[in-house]
Design a protein. Sequence first.
Length: 433
Amino acid sequence: MDRDLVALFGFVGMFVLMALRVPIGIAMGIAGVAGFAALTNLKTGLNLLANVPLSVLTDYNLSVIPMFILMGAFASHSGMSRELFAAGRAWLGHRRGGLALASVAACGGFSAINGSSVATAATMTQVALPEMRRAGYAPGFSAGVIAAGGTLGIMIPPSVIFVLYGIMTETDITKLFAAGVLPGLMAVGFYFLVIQAIGWRSPQSMPRGEQHTWPERVASLKDLWAILLLFLFVLGGIYGGLFTVQEAAGIGASGTLLIGVVRGRLRPPQIRAALVDALRVSSAIMAIELGAYLFGYFLTNTQVTQKAVELLVNLPVGPYGVLALVMLGYFVLGAVMDELAMILLTVPIVFPAMMQLGFDPVWFGVIIVMAVTFGMVCPPVGINVFVINSIARDVPLGAIYRGTMPFIAVDIVRLVILCAFPAISLWLPSTMG
């Protein structure tokens, strides 16, 4: 059978399985093994199931993912997210839209010790959404703020997506983490501007909160030492070359557990719950990783990857025209696919093409991570939106999507700025030598 035709059937079969609600990792794995068997024979196809899982799941580089996820789980169950929101409310709550500003600030702070967008959105939904609703904020807008703020979890390091991109492309993960800092801070600043603009236009939708005294504001910072210590020790250690990313992940998870136990915030029930949460999320990620590798073997055998790279490089639209088309493709895929699956499925195709067109691999890592964040808040999938809706079931999905629209608009502006001025993301990595 023609290889191109088999590749087409493979993609169609994968998307049909996804439409039937088969988990993404399993759908990619089934399509990959079936397609590989169609090109060779059944025995060779089944041999993939014997060899690929062992090689993927025993890869030392991938150990960083469950460790950073465990670090975030310990931080969440020890109440660090509540401390961040309380400090944000004390300093910003008296302003128009102050609780929304505090939510974004808390999302940014929590992202610095948690590499998952979904975990950030889920945690802040439980912490900030009830406070905003009690204060009279529109439920859809409040949920939209948290959904958008949750995307900071994969932009501000440590980030699981940056880790996967770095492993797949052999790009320095330390430099990727450094490159994500300024774009992440830009996102926080842009979200602040959106909230202020909406508050100015519709002041009744975001009433002012009580004003805290200066002693109360200063007192709200006393519980943030643990978060600051973890951030400086883990990311400062990576940036300073004291230890590798893998070592930093293990130290971060151990340090978060130790701090939580010493402060009396992590007792056996909380530790058990954090371990279960980390195991659940890590297993889902590894299943997607495994499925993507199986599907990748199939695509390589069909030579679709090589043909796609050649097609992209030879398009008569110039490097930035190709980049624009790739970004458009990510927006479309984001409507139907999980961000991890998008990265694992597309990077082997688009990365070689972007490198041949002369783009910087670290800069492109930032751009591609920004692109996949759109899919986390855009309809019809928007995983952050579904996570928030699963917790706050009385807030309709449509209302949450409407609440995210202003933030999506400024994210597009931010993406254009970073494409036009690569130095914004590359300055910090350039100081590392």
